[in-house]
Design a protein around this ligand. Structure first.
Ligand code: SAH
Ligand code: SF4
Ligand code: F3S
Length: 436
């Protein structure tokens, strides 16, 4: 029998990357093998994101391309999975390119869905609060990478008023610690050097009497030769206990991604973030006290409903006060079905959103450059990730603080830990020389 070939295309957050690897495992068990060549695929799976309108627009464009591909390859089946599959459902068939649609809790059914498409297009967007994909060992799709993801929770219960995720991913649930430890160990056995534990709010992890600080420490001690990272922490739940676990374990990376979203209390309240600017700044002080050399990054978006120039200036002020090493910056995008979409007015004009975002980017670039320049002369442990994009004579890798460093290759290889002294800095990267 001919073995079916499956091609994956993944958009959105790291959670989707982890999910594609799980779906790949499910499909492999059904007799498929993965391919990197879309032209030779029998099945194409597009794993999608709905977080902002432009993420969805990208997918509609991609489906146009798939329509052409299907025209040339009559047997080809195209599936859309992930957050946009959940949100948009059978309207995706309007593209003329889609055979099946599967939401984030329906992945075990995909082999069956593919078979059903022989008769007609199919949709499965049922939520299943019990689904944690227990017992499925992800099939790693990026064989070049030394860094792998392990999801520890699925879904989100926070209902920030602007956010679509609770509607696309359903209620929060934690995966068993045994599954997480087994996946981490398997990554180690396959030669991976770094794992990132994933959840929309990792701090709310709970399985039996295992909470997140305990889980993080247990994983770190289980795979002592690997670096352990995690994302995302919600500022309302980040405890001193967690910070102490990071400080105590040398292989838990000294880096925290702590999305603040806004520096204005009025806006934070309207966002339903459940913390204040003062609370956030207190958490930053705790981080600096307990983990003095901790890298810090954040997410911020401007132009939310009712954001005034003075609210916006408080965000700018908070950025200056904290001095984030880096930040993901966005402008508000109205998501149908959310509390904000139904009850608040999207009243900041688009030109104003664009202008505010441009200023945020400029400010953060300056801050990142300052932060990076302050690393010149310091020494860092860097995990070699691979060749630098700019030059095949150079390697790149990250510090524990999550900063990218470029340095001479010499006799080192991917996966090595090297000590690098920083000699130059731009806003995006550090350059250095290996000292051992
Ligand atoms: N669970 C994570 C965030 C997941 S979404 C957390 O709570 O921090 C990633 C980022 O996208 C968010 O942090 C936010 O900055 C941004 N985002 C989410 N919804 C958005 C929207 N409607 N418009 C613009 N940005 C949004
Ligand atoms: Fe969205 Fe808030 Fe949940 Fe993050 S915590 S995924 S921003 S609802
Ligand atoms: Fe996007 Fe869904 Fe992740 S909306 S950011 S892919 S959880």
């Amino acid at each position: 029998m001919k073995i079916g070939k499956i091609y994956f295309e993944t958009y959105g957050c790291q959670m989707n990357v982890a999910d594609s690897e799980m779906v790949a495992a499910i499909m492999k068990a059904d007799g498929y093998e993965t391919t990197d060549d879309v032209q030779s695929a029998d099945v194409v799976i597009i794993n999608t994101c709905s977080v902002r309108d432009n993420a969805e627009r990208k997918i509609w464009n991609r489906l146009d391309f798939m329509k052409g591909l299907k025209h040339r390859n009559k047997g080809l089946k195209v599936g859309v999975i992930g957050c946009m599959a959940q949100r948009v459902g059978d309207k995706l068939f309007d593209s003329g390119a889609v055979d099946f649609v599967a939401g984030p809790d329906a992945y075990r059914h995909i082999p069956e869905l593919v078979r059903e498409t022989d008769i007609k297009p199919v949709v499965d967007t049922e939520f299943d609060i019990a689904e944690t994909y227990a017992g499925i060992e992800p099939l790693r799709l990026d064989s070049e990478s030394i860094s792998g993801f392990v999801s520890i929770t699925r879904g989100c219960n926070n209902f920030c008023s602007y956010c679509i995720v609770p509607y696309t991913r359903g209620r929060e649930r934690s995966r068993s610690a045994d599954d997480i430890l087994r996946e981490s160990e398997n990554l180690m056995k396959q030669g991976y050097k770094e794992i990132t534990l994933l959840g929309q709010n990792v701090n709310s992890y709970r399985f039996g009497d295992m909470d997140f600080p305990k889980l993080l420490e247990t994983v770190a001690r289980h795979v002592p030769e690997m670096r352990v990272r995690f994302t995302t922490s919600h500022p309302k739940d980040i405890s001193d206990e967690l910070l102490e676990a990071i400080a105590r374990n040398s292989n838990i990376c000294n880096h925290i991604h702590l999305p603040v979203q806004s520096g204005s209390n009025v806006v934070l309240e309207r966002m339903n973030r459940k913390y204040t600017r003062e609370w956030y700044l207190d958490r930053i002080s705790a981080i600096r006290r307990i983990i003095p050399d901790c890298g810090l990054s954040t997410d911020i978006f401007c132009g939310f409903c009712g954001e005034t120039e003075s609210d916006y200036m408080q965000t700018v002020d908070l950025m200056e006060t904290v001095g984030f090493d880096s930040a993901f910056l966005f402008k508000y995008s109205n998501r149908p079905g959310t509390f904000a979409s139904k009850n608040l007015v999207d009243d900041v004009p688009e030109e104003e959103k664009v202008a505010r975002l441009a200023r945020l980017i400029e400010i953060q670039n300056r801050i990142s450059l300052q932060r990076n320049k302050s690393d010149i002369g310091k020494e860092f442990e860097v995990l070699v990730e691979g060749e630098s994009k700019r030059s095949s004579e150079m390697f790149c890798g990250r510090t524990q603080q999550n900063k990218m460093v470029v340095f001479d290759k010499k006799a080192y290889k991917k996966g090595d830990y090297v000590k690098v002294k920083i000699t130059e800095a731009s806003s995006a990267t550090l350059k250095g020389i290996v000292i051992q």
